[in-house]
Design a protein around this ligand. Sequence first.
Ligand code: ATP
Ligand code: MG
Length: 235
Amino acid sequence: MGNSDILNNKLQLLGKLSASLVHEIRNPLFALKLNLDYLSQMRLHVSDDAAESIQSCSEATDRLMFLIQNFSDFSKKQNSETEICSINDITQIAVNIMQSNACIINMYFETELQPNLPSIYFQKDKLLQVFLNLLTNAVEAENTKNTIFVRTYMDDSDSNKTIYWEVEDSGIGIKEEDKTKIFEDFYTSKKQGTGLGLSVCKKILNEYNAELDFKSKYKQGSKFFIKFNTNNESL
Ligand SMILES: Nc1ncnc2c1ncn2[C@@H]1O[C@H](COP(=O)(O)OP(=O)(O)OP(=O)(O)O)[C@@H](O)[C@H]1O
Ligand SMILES: [Mg+2]
């Protein structure tokens, strides 16, 4: 057995172990989250300090649940249903979810969604997850300016009828030398990152013939964009 075979076996084993670990973590974590939500509904009866503690525990569990979801999607094949989706509707849901947390830190989303775009075939929850991952990265990249733009549009003259989705931040940007690394599994420049967000997005989008790409200038900001093929019914 060569060195690379041994490494592959070890990686496979590690993959299996972590998948089962994640599975075991999920149930107690849900229980924790449910109880914290229950406690935070009783905030009128507790002191401000206690309410604040409950709130930060609840946010930490949200973060853990998000990481776990990413991890299990990364390691498992999807099985929910492909259905007709409106990119604009799902974008709006993602923005609403993000906005409720982002305004606490004075960050705002501005949407420019072209009306009457054709529908696409996709798994709604997966599409939402892709948008949430990209919006989260944009929020995490922001430093000074506080508006993040989210756009959808279509080039009418394009006979392939491609729909474009994009998120633009004016945050920290990406250094030239890091640009080839960001889609790698486990590459992260963040203290608490898993480095799986973009890998998961790419994996999900590839299954539906959609492409993810980006443009970025270090210290100026980044634009991540997706090209959706509207003729993907056959998938
Ligand atoms: N909008 C952005 N601006 C600047 N850098 C970005 C942006 N989006 C991604 N990156 C870079 O790409 C890296 C990988 O992103 P990815 O979403 O895969 O993982 P992460 O955000 O680090 O961790 P996680 O998604 O698990 O929280 C980030 O750590 C960051 O360095
Ligand atoms: Mg991320």
